[in-house]
Ligand binder design. Structure first.
Ligand code: ADP
Ligand code: MG
Length: 344
């Protein structure tokens, strides 16, 4: 699922005469290229153009008076509730906020105290569920961890190193349990207040680090992970179902400015590396599921006597009209971000 959200103009944008050129119409976001005066050199296109992009959800959050205004709760009702129903079924889940610095990622994921965002709302949802569970034979356990990836290095946001320089943790891969961060602190929580306390502690640590390393918070990925274990009965035998929710506030997607000093360029290159890898991983996963479904539709069209020759394989290795059943390689390990989220 992909959602897009339009935030109000900032004070600076308004002061500089900025105008909103995005419109939301159901599941379509339209971007209007404002008519510009034709330039004397004849370069560029002066015609007004509208580009339309389809999404699973489009949120207009510019003006609370607007009837189509999407509040934090509207966003939660769609995206947060889907996370909660997935986790109840035992799925591992990732929710990413992607966009340039200042586009509203942190507002949507965490939000100001007066209007909290997805992360606290999802946590709250888990505990309401847990209370409901109390009347059932099954019970739930929740553990949380909070980390930050900066320059391909992992830092625990819930454990003070006691040193000025933040220490980094190693990512390793267990043959059965999958990728994990060695030495990352895990915190058992039994109520909503405890989760919020940990969340606030982690955010404070992130900000402290940001003052040591200039603007680091918009240059790092923050992952808040909720480990959710439910006691279930399987064939009348007591068993456990474990799932994870990863709530990810990604680093700003803007390009590194070549006029930055060398350190900033290294940062930019590392952010790009993980965001580019994330893009490749997601599109390869989507492509592989298409290969899978086109194999299924090929099978059904063959059995219906249909013309299978028109189906082409996304990987382009088909011969004799049959789509390739080979799944493309997914480069999870090309960045720490995608490696850590591999099983989700
Ligand atoms: P990012 O995390 O992507 O860098 P922020 O979430 O910090 O961006 O948002 C930048 C600014 O815009 C903040 O001052 C924030 O309060 C404001 N903002 C973002 N989204 C909204 C929204 N939906 N409604 C009102 N203000 C918003
Ligand atoms: Mg932010």
């Amino acid at each position: 699922r992909v959602a897009v959200r339009v935030r109000p103009l900032s004070k600076r944008e308004t002061k500089e005469g900025g105008r909103i050129i995005v419109e939301v119409d159901g599941k379509v976001a339209k971007i209007r290229n404002l008519k510009v005066d034709s330039r004397p050199d004849g370069f560029g296109d002066s015609r007004e153009k509208v580009m339309a992009f389809g999404f699973d959800y489009c949120y207009w959050s510019v003006n609370p008076e607007d009837p189509q205004y999407a509040s934090q709760d509207v966003v939660f009702q769609d995206l947060g509730m889907e996370v909660l129903s997935g986790v109840a079924k035992g799925y591992n889940i990732c929710l990413f906020a992607y966009g340039q610095t200042g586009s509203g990622k942190t507002y949507t994921m965490l939000g100001p105290p007066a209007s909290v965002g997805l992360t606290p709302r999802i946590c709250e949802g888990l505990f309401i569920r847990e209370k409901d569970c109390a009347s059932l034979p099954s019970s739930c356990r929740i553990k949380v961890s909070f980390l930050e990836i900066y320059n391909e290095r992992v830092r625990d946001l819930l454990k003070q190193s006691g040193q000025k320089k933040p220490y980094t943790l190693r990512v390793r891969e267990h043959p059965e349990m999958g990728p994990y961060v060695q030495g990352l602190s895990q915190h058992v929580v039994t109520n909503y207040k405890q989760v919020i306390q940990l969340l606030e502690e982690g955010i404070a640590n992130r900000i402290t680090a940001a003052t040591h390393v200039h603007e680091a918070s918009s240059r790092s990925h923050a992952i808040f992970t909720i480990h959710y274990t439910q006691a279930i009965l399987e064939n009348n035998l007591p068993s456990e179902m474990a799932s994870k929710i990863n709530l990810v506030d990604l680093a700003g997607s803007e390009r590194a400015d070549p006029s930055y000093c060398k350190d900033r360029i290294t940062e930019g290159a590392n952010i790009n590396k993980s965001l580019v890898t994330l893009g490749i991983v997601i599109s390869t996963l989507a492509q592989n599921s298409q290969v899978f479904s086109s194999c299924q539709s090929l099978n059904s069209s063959v059995s219906n006597g249909g013309d299978s020759g028109i189906l082409s394989s996304p990987s382009g290795t088909s011969s004799g009209g049959a789509p390739s059943r080979r799944q493309s390689y997914i480069p999870y390990r090309d960045s720490v971000l995608t490696w850590l989220l591999k099983d989700s």
